[in-house]
Design a protein around this ligand. Structure first.
Ligand code: NI
Length: 227
């Protein structure tokens, strides 16, 4: 399931992020890519331990926690600490690749399965040309370029690329989510059911039917989820 998350970051968050990024220590981006992806990757990233990366990473994690849409769409079990990247100048693209399926959580013993990929846009589309996130999907190729503060989630299984940035710089935050529900298909059914129930309750209030269907939602989640 590919889903956009409008206004994930607040205007105040975004202003803070932009201030941090103005003097951030960009470095070569190949350190976090696997062997196949490294050949395709040509961008810059912030070192994980720099002040700007830590502040923006914490801000994005807090925004995820506030978002009911993120919770229902991803059913998160673990979130990989967000990284920040930049495309522009000579380091301006990331060719077709699939993200590594398993990642070591930094500084911890656990690993994370990358069920869901997420990109949070930190630059506005007017600030750069190119730089579309292109995701190959069963419905065809999706080209994503969102306003600053908006995010997109898409299946970790997708082949995707960031097209060359030909003017300006494109900054974004990226990370992965391991979901309690491994299957993208099951997650999508749960998301659609939850959203339909939300609308039903909004239109008609609670009824014996919405209570029963909410029970069915939770019983499906109980059947499919690993906590
Ligand atoms: Ni990727």
């Amino acid at each position: 399931m590919l889903l956009t998350l409008p206004h994930l970051l607040s205007p105040a968050d975004l202003q803070n992020a932009r201030q941090q990024l103005a003097s951030a220590p960009w470095a070569d981006g190949s350190d976090s890519a696997g062997p196949q992806a490294r050949l395709a990757k040509n961008n810059e990233q912030l070192p994980r331990d720099c002040a700007a990366a830590q502040a923006i990473s914490a801000m994005v994690l807090a925004a995820l926690d506030r978002s009911a849409l993120v919770l229902t769409a991803t059913l998160p079990k673990r979130v990989f600490p967000p990284r920040i990247n930049r495309y522009g100048g000579a380091a301006n693209h990331y060719g077709d690749h699939v993200d590594a399926s398993i990642r070591q959580m930094p500084g911890r013993r656990e690993r994370l399965r990358t069920d869901i990929s997420c990109t949070v846009f930190l630059s506005d589309p007017e600030e750069y040309d190119g730089g579309e996130l292109c995701i190959a999907d069963t419905f065809g190729e999706q080209q994503i370029k969102l306003p600053a503060g908006h995010a997109v989630i898409y299946p970790g299984t997708s082949v995707h690329q960031v097209r060359p940035v030909t003017r300006g710089h494109r900054m974004a935050c990226f990370f992965w989510i391991e979901s309690m529900v491994r299957s993208d298909e099951q997650r999508r059914l749960l998301y659609e059911m939850d959203m339909a129930l939300l609308r039903l309750r909004g239109q008609h209030g609670d009824s014996p039917e919405t209570v029963a269907l909410t029970g069915t939602y939770h019983n499906l989640l109980r059947m499919w989820a690993d906590t």
